[in-house]
Write a protein that binds this ligand. Structure first.
Ligand SMILES: [Zn+2]
Ligand SMILES: [Zn+2]
Length: 749
């Protein structure tokens, strides 16, 4: 990387000095070593910005010693999905700086050099790639000269990007992309009107990954229509029609919309008028002087239709949708489109969509005989034996970890008198999601969450500081009465279990305990091969608890994150009203994000339930509660795992770990002997005695995604060996059964 930088600087005739030194590793050691005016200021880093699926961008940069890099701003700037550093220590030191102070310039497609402009007061800029044994002093004037064009082009977007990223950490917040999608909705409507001049327009908002538009049409659309509409849209794009906006009074708007016979739009304006609006926006697409299309709209478009990148959108499906979601109103036809900034990005998305369809856990659940649903109990899974193995292996794994980490598992009732829910506040705020029933002439409910029952358990005896931290874990079944229409697969259910735990700590134990939680989470996610993002959410406007409590808790979480060496995003004001929290968002093999683990501090429950413990000082103190789950809902996690591994689970989780495949009937006895031996050793092993050919048996085992196939024939029987073949691979290896047992002993974490 350094060589490329040097090449670039040489071409630009820039003045620089190279400084060789011992590899120092840590920048805080490197900086003082330099003994120059920047000694206290310069910290250096190599960052990798990951863009989309494959693309990577390296950023070599300098930031002042005590300033911080705004990771959100950098991400937004490069449209990156995440940033990682060459060195975790540095990452830790660099999170959260003043947005807009970091300005890059490009010296080739992949590499950017970032310098904080506040460093321009110095004569030379110092660079050091972490853990490299060479630093560079670059003439500041020369840097500026080389960087100038790039700087100018980027300042505007950089500032836009940083103000954007402050508002929210959601990466979908991308104005440019939103304008593209919104403009495409107009273009679609124009194309539809071209095809059906009598079409009536509903609404056409942007959505995740694209846009839709609702229409009342003279006939039902067929799939071929979408291709025709796309052609028409492409034509509109090629014409480069500008978007021209104006504000008109609501009366004028209604008149115009009546003129072009768009009753749904008229209704929208009438509603706006009724809510006090005096003016509405109109946007027209022009071709020369000719008005091609107008739409009622607030604005936020591309400059003209020609700005739509080539091949960057696609119409994907149609569906029915009632006008304004009201089943008493007309049924319209909704056309969905997806759009991205480039053809490549669109293709990546479509590929991912295709792959996601193949991996859909509802589909794989049936194919692999894991679980099924039945209308007799909506939103509750029937786990078949193989699915039950997944569930039980996960909980067994956690139980082993609980033992190591001093968690105490409890078993709790499912039905509770309503007084518990009144005390916890659920009766008032959550009742509609609870399954309420009558018990002993009183109202009661199935528990939708474990917290209140654990508070009760804490209070069942007097507690002392010696009991803390007390980690109460529970896999109890939970029931939430979700709307039937919202149910789907294992991800939206009515009945589920969590790897739930409530940790009761003294306030001063909070930081260490959160470090433990983070460590546990990291261990688990790394085991499954998940990448993850971490978000720290702080005090919202409306909150319970004192300033001091919040300050202590937030700093405990922050310190714990820093100690754990995790890069994290800050989501100010997004904590729960009862305390700050850390959320973990995992990325599966399709780069989809799932919110799973959460570590939430709670001041509220201990007050509501009047929890106390006796401190060292003999006085009574109030504990803090940490709500913590790693996998979250086990049902949902099983869905994620199924899709992440596409049903090819790792050996220790696989419902059927091995299958013995005799070459022919002659070897069935030997196969059975092998199978019994492995079964006795504790493996989940079956054998295939069908009269199929070996090739067919292998294909069957592959379809079932069994990790290890054991082939036995003449030679194997003679030598008392087996020939192993692994899922998705062609190579085969011959082992003695003992060697095989040894290979897989201890494979379960
Ligand atoms: Zn618009
Ligand atoms: Zn809880």
């Amino acid at each position: 990387m350094y060589d490329r930088l040097i090449d670039f600087l040489d071409k630009g005739k820039a003045r620089y000095r190279l400084i060789d030194h011992e590899p120092e590793g840590r920048t805080d050691i490197v900086s003082p070593m330099r003994g120059n005016e920047l000694a206290a200021a310069a910290k250096c880093m190599v960052m990798m910005v990951k863009i989309g699926k494959k693309e990577k961008k390296f950023v070599l940069g300098v930031v002042p010693g005590d300033a911080k890099v705004d990771l959100d701003a950098v991400k937004a700037l490069y449209d990156g999905t995440y940033i990682s550093f060459a060195d975790a220590d540095i990452a830790e030191a660099l999170s959260g700086c003043v947005p807009g102070t970091v300005l890059p310039f490009s010296f080739n497609d992949e590499l950017e050099l970032i310098v904080d402009p506040s460093l321009f007061v110095h004569k030379e800029l110092f660079f050091n790639a972490a853990r490299l044994d060479r630093s560079m002093a670059l003439n500041t004037k020369d840097y500026e000269k080389l960087a100038k064009p790039r700087l100018e082009s980027i300042v505007a977007s950089s500032q836009k990007a940083s103000s954007k990223s402050k508002r929210t950490v959601k990466k979908t917040d991308d104005t440019e992309l939103d304008h593209l999608r919104h403009s495409l909705a107009h273009i679609l409507a124009q194309a539809v009107l071209d095809m059906f001049p009598e079409a009536k327009l509903g609404v056409g908002p942007t959505i995740e990954n694209g846009f839709y538009y609702d229409f009342e049409l003279p006939r039902t659309l067929i799939p071929e229509d979408l291709a025709l509409l796309e052609k028409k849209m492409e034509k509109i794009v090629s014409q480069g029609q500008p978007f021209v906006g104006e504000k008109v009074s609501t009366d004028e708007a209604i008149r115009r919309l009546n003129d072009i016979d768009q009753p749904f739009k008229v209704e929208l304006v009438e509603d706006l008028e009724a809510s006090g609006e005096k003016e509405v926006g109109f946007y027209a697409n022009l071709l020369g002087d000719k008005i091609m299309f107008v739409d009622l709209c607030r604005g936020g478009h591309l400059e003209h239709t020609g700005k739509v990148p080539k091949g960057a959108f696609k119409l994907i499906k149609t569906s029915g949708a009632y006008w304004r979601g009201d089943e008493k109103r007309p049924m319209l036809q909704r056309i969905y489109g997806v759009a991205f900034k480039s053809k490549t990005a669109l293709n990546d998305y479509l590929e991912q969509l295709e792959e996601a369809k193949k991996r859909d856990h509802r589909k794989l659940g049936m194919e692999l005989d894991l679980f099924q649903f039945n209308d007799i109990s909506p939103g509750a899974a029937f786990y078949h034996p193989k699915g039950a193995i997944l569930f039980n292996e996960l909980t067994s794994f956690l139980r082993r970890e609980y033992r190591k980490r001093d968690y105490r598992e409890v078993i709790t009732p499912l039905v509770y008198d309503k007084s518990l829910w009144e005390q916890s506040g659920h009766w008032e705020h959550y009742q509609e999601n609870m399954f309420v029933m009558e018990v002993d002439d009183r109202e009661a409910s199935l528990k939708p969450m474990n917290c209140p029952s654990h508070m009760i358990m804490f209070k069942m005896r007097t507690r002392s500081y010696r009991d803390l931290p007390l980690r109460i874990a529970d896999f109890a079944m939970l029931h939430r009465n979700e709307l039937k229409g919202a149910l789907g697969g294992l991800t939206r259910v009515r009945k589920f279990s969590m790897d739930d735990c409530h940790i009761f700590v003294a306030e001063e134990q909070l930081e260490d305990e959160v470090v433990n939680c983070i460590d546990f989470t990291k261990y688990v996610y790394e085991l499954f091969g998940f990448d993850f993002d971490v978000v720290l959410s702080t005090r919202p406007e409306k909150s319970m608890g004192t300033d001091e409590q919040w300050a202590t808790a937030e700093s405990a979480l922050e310190k714990a994150l820093k100690k754990s060496g995790l890069d994290y995003e800050l989501n100010p004001g997004d904590g729960a009203f009862y305390g700050p929290k850390i959320d973990f968002r995992i990325k599966d093999s399709l780069k989809r994000e799932w919110q799973c683990a959460t570590v939430q501090v709670d001041f509220q429950m201990p007050i509501r339930f009047e929890l106390e413990y006796e401190g060292k000082d003999g006085k009574s103190h109030r504990p803090v509660v940490v709500h913590r789950a790693l996998l979250g809902s086990l049902e949902r996690f099983i869905a994620i795992l199924t899709e992440h591994f596409s049903g090819a689970f790792p050996f220790w989780l696989a419902p059927e770990q091995m299958r013995v495949l005799p070459l022919s009937e002659k070897f069935n006895d030997y196969a059975q002997k092998v199978r019994d031996q492995l079964f006795a050793a504790g493996f989940r092993v079956e054998s295939d005695y069908s009269d199929q050919t070996l090739g067919k048996k292998i294909r069957d085992a592959e379809t079932t995604k069994i990790p290890v196939m054991l082939i036995v024939g003449e030679q194997e029987q003679k030598d008392t060996t087996i020939t192993a073949r692994y899922y998705g691979q062609r190579e085969q290896t011959t082992f003695t059964v003992e060697a095989l047992l040894e290979k897989y002993a201890g494979s379960t974490p």
